[in-house]
Design a protein around this ligand. Structure first.
Ligand SMILES: [Zn+2]
Length: 420
């Protein structure tokens, strides 16, 4: 059996130290190293057990959203920390993931906050994807909170000095989970963890989701108002869109951004939040040069680079959510909305192992909920590249909120952010 060590130039710069292997009776097996590959000699069939230590070379995070490791801090979101065996390779080849036990041995005084049920016990992931979900935070200065909402437990590990009290973030997390559960059904996972870290001054704020693991890295000066609350709701919603259901990126990111804005608006009871976020999307969309040239799907397939202010899948995707929602509400006399479409897609996804829903199926669900009027919006916005105008947005906002909003000036400041 050969085992390949992760590349040392990866995000955390990991080195494998002291790899030992035994058979299932505990008899030591011969291990020979050739570069990054370890060859384990087995004399008979049956399971092979191995353990190793990972040393981390890059002590400070390379990206604002990946992982950070030094004597003061240890936190990781998604696959940054756990690197072997590679869950993606196993998923692609449909092999059964080997039994893995993860145990964190923190220095004294540190606490482990992990995306598994008993943070201080060994972790037995069910499969590779479960392993990738392990948010981890352990440092003496993290402040810990936990509660339940929407049928799931949540944990928050936060540190650093902020312009807002921890309780504001904690209540936003609880609200995002319970409001999303109210709209789309119970939280699809048992436990959601949030790690909130102060980022570097002058860098873009970032949020990252690994489905049930959410990392929020915000600049020191950030306040927890509309923009960052919207991010928090967006990340929470990835439990449903991106987690319980996967599909085209414009839905997973853009429609999710729209739902996040609408749920936030309902929570704060400030319809102007929805209008401000949608007009901000419009202004960013109007600066995307390729908006009349390619559709959102084509942008995805061509791997166009950019942050979320520069990509159609986010900015036009959010507006697509608004315009489809308004068309469905209008056509059904307010009896149906895009939420009905989302619920039917989630129900479809729940019957499938890969949880995938096709764009055709989204289109069919939109047509079923909103008829020809919604189909016309679909053809123009999702399948087409025709310009979206201020008037489109104002009219749709009027349908959804019952109020009239005036678009802000076209030179309004662009909000830079990194939400995944
Ligand atoms: Zn996202």
């Amino acid at each position: 059996m050969s085992v390949v060590a992760p590349p040392e130039d990866g995000p955390a710069g990991t080195t494998v130290v002291g790899l030992v292997a035994t058979d299932d009776r505990g008899v030591s097996l011969d291990v020979r190293r050739q570069g990054r590959t370890y060859l384990i000699g087995a004399t008979r069939g049956g399971p092979i057990r191995f353990r190793y230590r990972l040393d981390f070379q890059h002590l400070v995070t390379d990206g604002s959203t990946s992982s950070g490791l030094d004597s003061q801090r240890l936190y990781a979101v998604t696959g940054s920390l756990f690197v072997a065996p590679d869950p993606t390779a196993y998923r692609k080849t449909a092999r059964t993931y080997p039994e893995v036990v993860v145990e964190v041995l923190p220095p004294s005084g540190w606490r482990v906050v992990a995306g598994w049920q008993q943070a201080n016990a060994a972790f037995h992931p069910r499969d590779g994807d479960d392993l990738l979900e392990g948010t981890l935070a352990a440092a003496p200065d993290f402040r810990m909170y936990s509660d339940s909402a929407g049928g799931a437990e949540w944990r928050l590990a936060i540190r650093g000095s902020r312009h807002f009290p921890d309780s504001v973030l904690a209540s936003a997390i609880g609200a995002s989970l319970s409001m999303a559960a109210g709209a789309f059904g119970p939280v699809p996972v048992r436990l959601v963890t949030y790690t909130a870290e102060v980022g570097h001054k002058g860098r873009m704020s970032g949020s990252l989701q690994g489905r049930s693991s959410v990392g929020l890295v915000w600049e020191p000066s950030e306040t927890l108002e509309r923009a960052r609350l919207h991010d928090t709701f967006h990340e929470t919603l990835h439990q449903w869109f991106g987690g319980a259901m996967t599909t085209e990126r414009w839905w997973t990111e853009g429609a999710t951004d729209y739902f996040a804005a609408r749920l936030l608006t309902r929570w704060r009871q400030q319809p102007q939040d929805l209008a401000a976020l949608c007009f901000e999307s419009l202004r960013n969309y109007q600066r995307i040069d390729h908006r009349f040239r390619i559709t959102m799907d084509e942008e995805s397939r061509q791997h166009v680079a950019g942050d979320n202010t520069e990509l159609l899948v986010y900015r036009k995707g959010m507006l697509a959510g608004l315009l489809l929602d308004a068309a469905i509400r209008d056509a059904s006399g307010g009896r149906r909305s895009l939420d009905d479409v989302a619920r039917s897609l989630l129900s479809l996804a729940s019957t499938r192992r890969n949880r995938n829903v096709s764009e055709q199926e989204i289109g069919a669900a939109v047509a079923a909920a909103g008829g020809p009027a919604a189909q016309r919006v679909w053809a123009r916005v999702v399948e087409g590249t025709a310009p979206l105008t201020e008037r489109d947005i104002s009219d749709a906002l009027a349908v959804v909120t019952g109020q009239t909003f005036t678009p802000p000036a076209a030179n309004a400041k662009v909000r830079k952010q990194l939400v995944r």
